[in-house]
Design a protein around this ligand. Structure first.
Ligand code: GLU
Length: 482
């Protein structure tokens, strides 16, 4: 048997971390077993589906490097398949038209609520005569198609994550709607639970791997597989991603869409690594690994049943590890878009000035947690106009500062080539000449050059600024504010 798995996102929002994690687990399972990973866009909800969300899902998966082998298939291009399957169920008496109006359903629910019962459809139109049906049609009612759910009955499956799962059909809300009809009373749009089963059958899906929030759907879908006489796939329900309080992760927790994480400066390798850890652990308990490392080892025996708590500190730590270990050329390429976005390309030609950029990247790499950290950290090197923090201005005020900076300027003008050694001896000379402690030279120098009391290592920053022709003007400028 060839393993065939899929993800089936609905394009009703941007690629969510939950969907991305599900995609990754499917991908790992497919790669582990030499199988196929299929992408299907479930776009039958015409009101909420948007093309821009489909594009966002595709670009998000591409950014993560989660490649699929077949698809994307679009459900709206497969409507005839669903219609035909609905008609077959109607013909076999396994489904029927229900004419209950929205008001009737509303009233039914209100009565159930008053009796403290769970909301359900009471199957009232299951056995209408053709005269009753004709009368509803004459009233102009537009029916839906419902699939008969036999009650009570236990539906049991062996879940690859949760072990044996059993649902009683009494808890499925009554006969389920599987399709809507059009103005002519003809079967038109299928609903999720139905379309998904038809697709999974026709696409020969062998393992349905998805979030735990779909467990109740699985019970319904199993009934549909049975009605269609199709062989049942295996099911695996992944633990939900929770916030630190144990609730399902939401926008309020900082970020939920892959896009947002990308904009925050996380890199795909680290983000994938973190997503795999949201539910799975490597047999050797190592935390840092690529998805290529994980694939040969991946299995559901090591997937947790309990919800996975999202931990920003861990994600940040992983991201920093990847950034610190990355080749400098690669890191530079990844930083450039963030620098460009900050507008630094107005003063720097990123293609032509690669030399000092690589030196800069080497300098800041050990301090980076996210790519975005590099923006404020390096602003003083890109923008010729320097912004001073209050602390830096205060540090430039003592009387002893002016002669120190004047001496630094004098020495610098006499230094033909500024190397690290030359910079160090220049500082030493000024320390001696002014008869001050080294800190009394270093601090004003840092404030004058960078506008801040802290930042990247001073000597390499000094060299880079000097290379860019900015060191002398900055020292001169500092004299005017001391
Ligand atoms: N369209 C469903 C969703 O986005 C797919 C669930 C499934 O994998 O069956 O949640």
């Amino acid at each position: 048997m060839t393993v065939r798995v899929r993800i089936a996102p609905s394009p009703t929002g941007n690629l969510h971390i939950g969907t991305a994690r599900t995609a990754l687990f499917n991908w790992l399972y497919a790669r582990r077993h030499g199988g196929k990973f299929i992408l299907r866009i479930e776009d039958t909800d015409r009101e909420r589906s948007r093309d821009e969300y489909t594009q966002n899902i595709l670009s998000g998966l591409a950014w993560l490097g989660i490649d699929f082998d077949e698809g994307p298939f679009y459900q709206t291009q497969r409507l005839e398949h669903y219609k035909e399957a609905v008609r077959a169920l109607l013909d076999r008496g396994l489904a029927y038209f229900c004419y209950a109006s929205a008001e009737e359903l509303e009233q039914m629910r209100a009565e159930q609520k008053a009796k403290k019962q769970a909301p359900r459809y009471d199957n009232r139109h299951r056995n209408l005569t053709s005269e009753q049906q004709a009368a509803y049609v004459a009233e102009g009612r537009r029916p839906v198609v419902r699939f008969k759910i036999e009650e009570p009955r236990e539906v049991t499956w062996h879940d690859m994550v949760r072990g044996e799962v059993t649902w009683n059909t009494r808890d499925l809300g009554g006969d389920m709607v599987i399709a809507r009809t059009d103005d002519q009373g003809q079967v038109s749009l299928p609903l999720y639970n139905f379309a998904v089963v038809i697709d999974d059958i026709e696409m020969d899906i062998t393992h349905v791997i998805r979030g735990e929030d779909h467990i109740a759907n699985t019970a319904k879908q199993i009934l549909l597989y049975e009605a269609m006489g199709a062989s049942m796939p295996e099911f695996a329900h992944l633990p939900l991603i929770l916030n630190k309080d144990g609730a399902k992760i939401s926008k309020r927790d900082g970020a939920t869409s892959v896009d947002e994480f990308r904009a925050m400066g996380y890199i795909p390798e680290a983000f994938n690594n973190y997503m795999v850890l949201l539910g799975w652990s490597k047999p050797d308990a190592q935390d840092i690994f690529t998805m290529q490392d994980a694939a040969p080892l991946f299995g559901f025996d090591r997937v947790n049943k309990a919800g996975a708590r999202f931990d920003w500190d861990k994600l940040n730590w992983l991201n920093s590890q990847y950034l610190h270990d990355m080749p400098v050329e690669d890191l530079c390429d990844r930083l450039i878009p963030f620098w460009q976005q900050a507008g630094f390309n107005r003063e720097v030609d990123f293609a032509a000035e690669r030399g000092w950029l690589l030196e800069l990247v080497t300098l800041i790499a050990p301090s980076l947690t996210r790519l975005t950290d590099a923006v404020e950290m390096t602003r003083f090197l890109f923008e010729s106009e320097l912004k001073f923090t209050d602390a830096a201005i205060a540090a430039l005020q003592p009387e002893a500062v002016k002669p120190v900076i004047t001496a630094l300027l004098g020495q610098l003008k006499d230094t033909p080539v500024l190397t690290a050694d030359a910079a160090n001896s220049l500082i030493q000379t000024v320390t001696k000449l002014q008869n001050v402690k080294k800190g009394m030279v270093m601090k004003p120098l840092r404030c004058a050059l960078t506008g801040d009391v802290r930042g990247p290592e001073l000597i390499p920053s000094f060299l880079l600024l000097h290379q860019r022709g900015l060191a002398i003007p900055r020292l001169q400028q500092a004299l005017s504010i001391t």
